[in-house]
Ligand binder design. Structure first.
Ligand code: FUB
Ligand code: ZN
Length: 654
């Protein structure tokens, strides 16, 4: 591999931007306790270790052997992107292996076995690669060597992207080059076909390779990978793949007004565009990313951070088309949203991107994995009706052990395993804390170490204590803490430092001063439960409210509210009561609201009726037959862990 730029040590996580952006992830991060430590411990102990067996039984590993010619038989599975499940798992395992203090319970055999599994599976991948660098088991085994004939659906470059990301992770986390060598050979092959050797003018209908190639450029210094990523991003939207929004081919990003088409495809493309803007300083691309992010958040994002309104084609819907029981909100779209927003946070320095990351992580993303780490949701609806029937499978409202299309589980694994890298950043003026998680975050300011540790029981408590561990003593610098969008009030106290009074600037609380190791800052965010209403154009939830507490969105589940959820009404005039329940769902705080179980009107055989009488004069339709009930809500991330009954996030007010 020729090097056109020396590689530089830097942030060890999935995103290592060059000097162009506003912020840089801290070089070393470690989540050592609290909420996310618990979720990551389950991921390390249960989630990731089950991967090899599941990939074996689903046939992904056998497909690699078939492609390598070391086994005989028919291809397993019926999707051309099954290799990507292997790569996403490898990426997750690599981050896990690299975690400086692996959050694996004492006595667990996960970590030693994991390294061997990773080596074994990397060897399978390397064996399957063709001499010219091409690698896709589906096309090698089933297509008589035909390549790139179905860019709309073939996923060959999408799989290459996941391979590259896994390889970068493996290299950064463990120093191993085996997978990186495979990835570089594939990237060089892609460059010879689509890049400098330009045999084909095209791109993959499922973006992913774009962001991966930028990261490979960051890892290797090889400029061709950045150029190839730029070429792919620019070729979207010109009708090369039939002009479909599904393939991100209807409109060039630079002029697109709102997110559209397949949600994950759109978001991975935007992540790649943000990466490019960071590396090239392309103001037009940055403006497009900002515009599309803002339009997406304002008009197409569910309260959970979930994205993608349609089951059909896994698409974004129209603006404000945000259904409940038919919400798609694929878990992968939540992962992709975090990827895109983190790149935007680093590029612009704006807090709102990390606000969306927080909302997504605690709600739409985390619901995708069961509390025990062993089963998954692919779609994340906001309502399951009383008596819901479900045939299971990818689009089920029930947790499932694995899927025919198993994109989501290893995506959850890789984000959880690398989560510490999404917490803090530095710039020339100081350190920024984007997310609140107990741990240690070590960056630098112009080469001088800047290390902060955090202790918190977030999200249950809004109190976060930060301790300065190392910092320059000879000059002032700024500690920036994100004040979440949901916060209704905060207090800050500082001990030791001569920090100037805090200022709040577009979501960042800035504390500028001279600091000394041992100085402490305590942030207290008000976490009283809240009722939240949606923009009136979200017709699906008109007349409804949702319950939130801190960053958590809550939901009602049938198991806590016997009698069903289709007829419940919340009384918004009565206070909400938060109650710690250490024995419930791994330890949660529930929120109880006063409400009614409504007796629906008798409509006879026709479920519609003329509206007159009290219906036209009274806003609240409770009657003497309505039963007063206490409605108990649990965090949305924890739903569907006890039973297969109904659930709802949005609660009618009348
Ligand atoms: O097409 C590959 C993956 O499968 C997508 O990202 C998901 O939406 C699912 O369709
Ligand atoms: Zn998925």
């Amino acid at each position: 591999m020729s090097q056109s730029k020396p590689t530089s040590p830097g942030p060890a996580g999935p995103v290592r931007p060059g000097p162009g952006g506003a912020l840089r992830p801290v070089a070393a991060a470690d989540i050592t306790g609290g909420f996310w430590h618990g979720r990551r411990e389950v991921n390390a102990r249960v989630g990731i270790p089950q991967g090899p067996d599941l990939l074996e039984s689903a046939g992904n590993l056998q497909n690699l052997r078939l492609a390598a010619g070391t086994a005989e038989g028919a291809i397993r599975g019926d999707l051309p992107f099954m290799d990507s499940d292997v790569y996403k798992w490898l990426e997750a395992a690599a981050w896990q292996l690299g975690a400086s203090a692996a959050p694996v319970e004492a006595g667990s055999a996960a970590t030693p076995g994991l390294a061997a599994d990773v080596d074994r599976i990397i060897a399978l991948v390397a064996d399957a690669q063709q001499p010219d660098g091409y690698l896709n088991t589906w096309f090698q085994v089933t297509a008589d060597g035909r390549r790139y004939e179905d860019l709309r659906w073939g996923h060959e470059l999408y799989c290459a992207g996941h391979l590259i990301q896994a390889a970068v992770a493996h290299h950064r986390a463990t120093g191993g080059k085996e997978l990186l060598d495979v990835a570089v050979r594939f990237a060089d092959h892609l460059d010879s076909v689509f890049g400098r050797g330009r045999q084909i003018d095209g791109f993959d209908g499922h973006p992913e390779v774009e962001t991966a190639l930028v990261e490979l450029y960051r890892e290797t210094g090889e400029r061709r990978y950045l150029d190839l990523a730029g070429y792919f991003v620019e070729r979207h939207g010109h009708g090369l793949l039939g002009g479909e929004a599904y393939c991100q081919d209807r409109t060039p990003l630079r002029v697109q007004e709102n997110v559209e088409g397949h949600a994950v495809r759109q978001l991975y493309l935007l992540a790649g565009a943000a990466d490019l803007a960071a590396e090239t300083g392309d103001a037009g691309l940055l403006a497009a990313c900002e515009r599309l992010w803002a339009a997406m958040v304002a008009t197409k994002t569910h309260i959970t951070g979930g994205l993608g309104a349609h089951h059909d084609e896994e698409d974004f819907g129209d603006p404000y088309e945000l259904p409940n029981e038919r919400a798609y909100c694929e878990t992968c779209a939540a992962v992709a949203s975090v990827h895109f927003s983190w790149r935007m946070a680093l590029l612009t320095g704006e807090a709102r991107y990390s606000d969306l990351i927080e909302r997504t992580l605690f709600n739409g993303f985390l619901a995708g994995v069961s509390l025990d780490g062993a089963s998954w949701l692919y779609v994340n609806p906001l309502q399951v009706r009383d008596g819901h029937t479900d045939t299971g499978g990818d689009q089920s409202s029930r947790r499932t052990r694995w899927f025919r299309c198993a994109c989501c589980p290893p995506n959850v694994m890789r984000l959880l395993a690398s989560l510490e890298h999404y917490i803090a950043s530095t710039d020339a003026g100081g350190l920024q804390v984007h997310q609140y998680a107990t741990g240690r975050y070590a960056g630098d300011m112009a080469g001088d170490p800047l290390v902060v540790s955090a202790h918190t029981d977030y999200p249950w408590s809004g109190t976060v204590r930060l301790t300065i561990e190392e910092c320059p003593l000879d000059r002032p610098w700024t500690l920036s803490l994100r004040i979440p969008q949901w916060s209704t009030g905060h207090r800050i106290s500082v001990t030791g430092s001569e920090a100037a009074p805090a200022t709040v600037d577009a979501g960042w609380l800035r504390l500028e001063g001279r600091w000394t190791p041992g100085d402490e800052v305590t942030l207290e965010l008000a976490t009283a439960p809240r009722l939240v209403a949606a923009h009136p154009r979200v017709d699906a939830v008109r007349g409804c409210v949702a319950v939130e507490r801190g960053p958590l969105v809550y939901c009602l589940e049938g198991v806590d509210n016997p009698g069903g959820l289709d007829d419940v009404v919340i009384d918004t005039t009565r206070p909400l009561l938060a109650e710690p329940r250490p024995e419930l769902l791994g330890g949660v705080i529930t929120v109880t609201a006063a409400g009614y179980r409504r007796t629906p009107p008798d409509c006879g055989w026709w479920p519609y009726r003329d509206l007159d009488g009290p219906d036209r004069t009274s806003a609240r339709h409770t009657t003497s037959q309505d039963l007063a009930v206490a409605l108990t809500a649990v965090p949305y991330y924890a739903w569907a862990n006890r039973h297969g009954g109904p659930m709802r996030v949005w609660i009618p007010t009348g």
